[in-house]
Design a protein around this ligand. Structure first.
Ligand SMILES: [Zn+2]
Length: 459
């Protein structure tokens, strides 16, 4: 088995996106977004003191009272009680009875897709159009409190363009790791089976055989992938494949994952079928996405290999409510009817068993900006609100290899934090309305602060 903890921690420092992470927005004088939502410049050494009623410590799972966070530039300078001396001339932000939480992290998004873009209609969306859809959804996602995301699957490298545009300060959005086109077998979930043979169309990530998958990993890395996504089994939104069956062989998975790790990239796999889940874990995958038909042996393997489960639970609930109005193709509806009850049951069992969970929403299957629903759904299926919050902060940061910079409000980390009114540990639904968002020390949203920090934008 690949020892991911020791192997990839060092490597992830070399993920290309990291070198560009974050600070360009601070060069802007003042960016009005809309109404009370704005990004306000933090000159390189501006110091901000943020006070709130509570702070959720994602490392310990404890809630601390009356925190005072000192932010200098893009980083957290100190986390304390506010009783000691604080820097003079610092800008003061008082968030009243709110709870500060580390910026949320979503490890499974599809920012360049809109909900409902399935089947034949999706074929009419160009790559440039997808990138612009991504710009809209990146903004919505950031303002919902998600300051970092992993985008897993985008044709034409629209996600690479989006990541780079955010890092350059051209558009606002979360810090991103991106996969580019997802790898998959010919005719599988990550290919496209909608067109007649005479069109000779294959998705960009289609690759078959040990040599071809190794080459494809090198290719997507060449064009900007921070993480590798592949499809180990069939799925719901694809025509003509079966979520109960495995797609890549164990040998292909082994070759793909070995090559990705060699190049310092972690690997996420879409896996529904029990056999695909187990073969991917044995081959050293870093996270199982969806895990619909996870069985007892699969749960045991997840624990043995310390592999993360990314359950994407909220779509199960959302889909049941909204699918009838979405006019989806019949093959989607037929598969969903089998998958939804099985997934709810198996995720609840996995949660009870104590597997490691990282929050991933599959946003794009449902509207972006509703990502908070994953916290709620995981609690519905048995996690405590504290565990759900950890899945969407500290655990997600660990899966992305970014524990050294995000995932908790700690001295030296990037100043990514959000605030909600009240205490989300006692009521997870409070996460639905994030009232304060800071990323890299820049405030993008503040509906609470009473001291007029919004005033330049409001005047
Ligand atoms: Zn997905």
């Amino acid at each position: 088995m690949v020892n991911r903890d020791s192997e990839t921690k060092g490597m992830m420092a070399w993920v290309p996106g990291l070198r560009q992470t974050g600070c360009t927005v601070r060069g802007l004088a003042l960016v009005m977004v809309t109404g009370s939502l704005w990004a306000q410049a933090a000159p390189a050494e501006q110091t901000i003191v943020i006070r709130a009623s509570k702070l959720f410590d994602s490392d310990s799972g404890r809630v601390l009272d009356r925190p005072a966070i000192v932010v200098r530039g893009s980083r957290i300078e100190s986390v304390g009680s506010g009783n000691g001396p604080l820097p003079p001339n610092a800008r003061q932000i008082n968030l009243g009875d709110a709870t500060l939480v580390p910026g949320f992290i979503d490890v499974h998004t599809h920012l360049t897709l809109n909900a409902g873009n399935a089947g034949y209609e999706a074929l009419g969306i160009s790559v440039p159009r997808a990138a612009l859809i991504g710009a809209k959804n990146a903004r919505v996602t950031l303002l919902a409190g998600f300051t970092s995301v992993r985008n897993v699957g985008a044709e034409g490298y629209a996600d690479v363009a989006l990541r780079d545009a955010i890092n350059a300060g051209d558009v606002i959005g979360p810090r991103m790791q991106v996969s580019g086109p997802p790898l998959g077998i010919t005719g599988g979930h990550c290919d496209s089976n909608l067109l007649a043979p005479e069109f000779h169309y294959s998705a960009e990530g289609a690759a078959d055989g040990v040599e071809a998958v190794s080459h494809k990993v090198r290719e997507v890395v060449k064009y900007g992938a921070d993480v590798i996504k592949f499809c180990a089994s069939g799925g719901v939104f694809s025509k003509g494949d079966n979520p109960l069956l495995e797609q890549y062989s164990p040998a292909e998975m082994q070759a793909l994952i070995t090559e990705a790790h060699r190049l310092g990239r972690r690997v996420a796999t879409h896996a529904h079928s029990a056999v695909a889940i187990k073969d991917a874990i044995r081959a050293g995958v870093d996270s199982i996405e969806h895990g619909i038909f996870l069985d007892d042996e699969g749960i045991q393997l997840l624990k043995e290999h310390k592999t993360f489960l990314v359950p994407t639970s909220y779509p199960l609930f959302w889909f049941q409510e909204h699918a009838p109005q979405m006019h989806l193709p019949p093959w989607v509806m037929e598969k969903a009817a089998i998958i939804i009850p099985a997934a709810k049951q198996n995720m609840a069992k996995a949660f009870r068993s104590g597997v490691r969970v990282a929050l991933g929403t599959d946003a794009g299957v449902y509207p972006h900006g509703e990502n908070w629903g994953e916290f709620w759904a995981m609690v519905e299926l048995g996690l405590t609100p504290t565990q759900a919050l950890q899945a969407g902060t500290a655990n997600a940061a660990e899966l992305m290899g970014w524990s050294d910079r995000i995932g908790s409000i700690r001295t030296g980390k990037l100043a990514d934090m959000v605030a909600v009114k009240g205490n989300p540990v006692t009521d997870v639904r409070l996460l639905q309305h994030v009232e304060f968002v800071m990323k890299d020390g820049v405030i993008y949203k503040d509906e609470i602060s009473s001291n007029g920090s919004a005033s330049p934008a409001k005047q």
